[in-house]
Design a protein around this ligand. Structure first.
Ligand SMILES: [Zn+2]
Length: 145
């Protein structure tokens, strides 16, 4: 695949700004460069651009190897918790003290030393061998193995 152009905005003589529409990663929202024909399929659907994204391409590789992934958000906490329960794995909200108030900041998967904690914005990964790991939200640190 050709490298994506990333045309800078230009200020016109009349003071207006000319710009190219930008493509955001459908995994994390980071801008990837100029929008072009590769971003829409034959049916007009937005194409998956995560393979181009430095943050998200590891997830695309894991999915190709048979992993299942979920992007953990506050809105999706309940449905992801239910999906994990379907594997017979106990999951519940992960609580932390935020400014003196106990607050759910993510999801705890499993129990004991094998538990995995995903924070909101992280990706949760179920590997074909039944192991769980996380992929961090951009700029938040290292993933669990
Ligand atoms: Zn991304």
């Amino acid at each position: 695949m050709n490298a994506r152009a990333n045309t800078p905005d230009q200020i016109n003589a009349d003071g207006s700004t000319a710009f190219h529409l930008k493509r955001a990663c459908n995994g994390c929202g980071d801008l990837l460069g100029d929008l072009d024909d590769r971003d829409v399929d034959k049916c007009g659907n937005l194409a998956d651009a995560r393979a181009e994204c430095p943050n998200c391409h590891p997830l695309v590789d894991l999915e190709a190897k048979g992993c299942r992934t979920w992007h953990l958000t506050r809105r999706d906490l309940g449905s992801i918790d239910d999906a994990i329960d379907q594997y017979g794995i106990y999951a519940k909200g992960y609580w932390e003290d935020i400014d003196g108030k106990l607050t759910v900041t993510g999801l705890r998967i499993g129990a004991g030393n094998d538990r995995v904690v995903a924070k909101f914005g992280d990706w949760i990964i179920r590997h074909p061998n039944g192991k769980w790991s996380t992929h961090p939200a951009p700029g938040t640190g290292a993933a669990t193995p």
